[in-house]
Design a protein around this ligand. Structure first.
Ligand SMILES: [Zn+2]
Length: 205
C-alpha cells in the first residue's frame, strides 16, 4: 500500500487563526496551558489520501480526525463539496478544527478512552457543533455505540448544565483506563449518583 506522503507548509492565515483560537478556548475549557508542541494541523486534499492515511475506506462524511496529541487532519476546505457529502459553502471549518483538537485535548487530559460517546460528545459540545445536532426527544442509541453524533454531544451538555463541568471532569478522570462497561457504570454511579442508562438522560431533557 502507498504510504509515502509529501508534507509542505501551507501558511494559511485563516486556518492558523482558527487553530490559535481553538487552542486558546480549549485550554480554558480543559483548564490547561498547552502552548508548546500543540497538535500540527495537516490539510488533506482528497478522499483517496484520507483513505491511505487511515488505511481504511472512510465514509464520505469523514472530513477530519485526530492523531492524539501530535496531529489533527482535516480535508482541504476547498474540496469539502467534491470529496465529502457535506456542502462546502456551509461547512464550518473553524468548528471542525476545534472538534478534532478537542480530541487531542481530551487525550492529553484524560488519556485514551474505549467509550466513544463521551469522547465524541465532549468534542461536539466544546466545538459548538450542537447546532447540527438538536436535542433528541429521547435518547436511545449513544450508550450502545449508535446515534453517537446525534446524541452524545447533547448528553454531555445535559451533564454540564445539570452537574457542572467539574463533575464531568471528575467522571472523565475516574474512567481513565477503564475498558469494561460494568466498571464504567460503577464510576458513573459514584460520580453522578445514578445508573448509567437512557432514562437518566431522558429525565434531564
Ligand atoms: Zn470526533
Amino acid at each position: 500500500m502507498n504510504s509515502i506522503f509529501k508534507v509542505t507548509l501551507l501558511a494559511d492565515p485563516k486556518l492558523q487563526r482558527y487553530k490559535n483560537k481553538a487552542i486558546r478556548e480549549l485550554n480554558k475549557f480543559f483548564n490547561k496551558r498547552w502552548v508548546h508542541n500543540t497538535p500540527k494541523v495537516f490539510v488533506v486534499d482528497d478522499r483517496k489520501s484520507i483513505d491511505l492515511l487511515r488505511e481504511e475506506r472512510t465514509e464520505n462524511w469523514v472530513v477530519g480526525w485526530s492523531w492524539g496529541k501530535m496531529a489533527i487532519f482535516v480535508l482541504s476546505p476547498k474540496n469539502i463539496s467534491k470529496e465529502s457529502c457535506h456542502n462546502g459553502s456551509e461547512y464550518d471549518i473553524a468548528k471542525l478544527i476545534k472538534h478534532e483538537l478537542g480530541h487531542s485535548f481530551f487525550q492529553m487530559a484524560f488519556g485514551q478512552s474505549k467509550f466513544t460517546w463521551f469522547n465524541e460528545g465532549v468534542s461536539i459540545y466544546v466545538a459548538g457543533q450542537l447546532d447540527r445536532f438538536p436535542m433528541p426527544k429521547k435518547f436511545s442509541g449513544f450508550l450502545n455505540g449508535k446515534r453517537i453524533y446525534q446524541e452524545s454531544g447533547n448528553a454531555i451538555k445535559l451533564l454540564v448544565d445539570n452537574y457542572g463541568k467539574d463533575k464531568l471532569f471528575e467522571f472523565l478522570k475516574k474512567q481513565s483506563g477503564i475498558t469494561e462497561t460494568r466498571k464504567l457504570k460503577l464510576v458513573f454511579k459514584e460520580v453522578f449518583g445514578s445508573k448509567l442508562e437512557y432514562s437518566f438522560f431522558n429525565n434531564l431533557i
